[in-house]
Design a protein around this ligand. Structure first.
Ligand code: GLP
Length: 243
């Protein structure tokens, strides 16, 4: 008998940034309501800021809790101290962790200040596996199609690894630093396969500068030159986009 897989790939065009943020927060709330000990995959960047606000607002409303949940962030810069305000550790603290009841020990990000980067990548990948795997992963998308920090050309079978950031990515992220020169050159990121192993994925893309990337994601074929394209092979993806 043929194996029938049900595939759910939803494209949702939103009216505005607030709508995108609320819809994404509703998906995460639903996830925590149906499975309080969910493993959540989290992202940084400007796209999810409104989502975190909306999620915190829903949490404060009191319907659900993060007490039993765990989180794994996609990535972290190499060589940026956790306490530095440009680290993804700080970002998460600011936008989410300081507002919710997720226990400190259950918040996971790669350690970018480690002495042994390769051991850290392996440790992080294993920690995700040990957790039982990611139930719901949040993603943004870079203008060059990167997801996490998986730049064009990254193998679709990659696990958590260290990457050299593309020029386009360093330029895109320069706004968070004093100058482009001070943007770190390397990061630790979940691999493409790590991301694809999540049970469900929600991707956020908002603004004119993301239109081209969304068009390519929608209409081009699957290629390692455009990392996000592999998502079309995933069984359960929601893309929330607009401008
Ligand atoms: C960084 C992050 C990505 C994020 C991307 C887009 O490169 N590592 O995970 O998706 O930026 O960021 P923004 O949402 O700010 O456009």
């Amino acid at each position: 008998m043929p194996v029938i897989t049900s595939k759910q790939f939803r494209w949702i065009e939103v009216e505005n940034y607030g709508e995108m943020s609320r819809l994404a927060a509703a998906i995460f709330e639903q996830q925590l309501l149906s499975k309080p000990n969910s493993v959540l995959g989290l992202a940084t960047g400007s796209s999810p800021i409104g989502f975190y606000e909306a999620l915190v607002a829903r949490f404060k409303h009191g319907n659900f809790s993060f007490q039993e949940a765990q989180s794994f962030n996609l990535d972290e810069y190499v060589g940026v101290a956790e306490a530095n305000e440009t680290s993804y550790h700080s970002y998460m603290e600011r936008h989410l962790f300081s507002h919710i009841d997720l226990p400190v020990a259950k918040r996971h990000l790669p350690i970018g200040m480690t002495k042994n980067i390769h051991a850290e990548c392996e440790r992080y990948e294993q920690a995700i596996i040990q957790s039982g795997g990611i139930d719901l992963q949040l993603l943004g998308i870079g203008v060059n199609g990167h997801i996490g920090f998986n730049e064009p050309g990254t193998s679709f079978t990659s696990k958590t690894h260290v990457v050299e950031l593309a020029e386009a990515t360093r330029e895109e992220n320069a706004k968070y630093f004093l100058s482009k020169e001070t943007v770190p050159t390397h990061a630790i990121t979940m691999g493409i396969e790590t991301i694809m192993n999540a049970n469900q994925i929600v991707l956020l893309a908002f603004g004119d500068h993301k239109t081209e990337a969304i068009k390519r994601l929608r209409f081009e074929g699957i290629s390692e030159n455009f990392p996000a394209s592999i998502l079309k092979e995933h069984p359960h993806v929601t893309v929330l986009f607009g401008k």
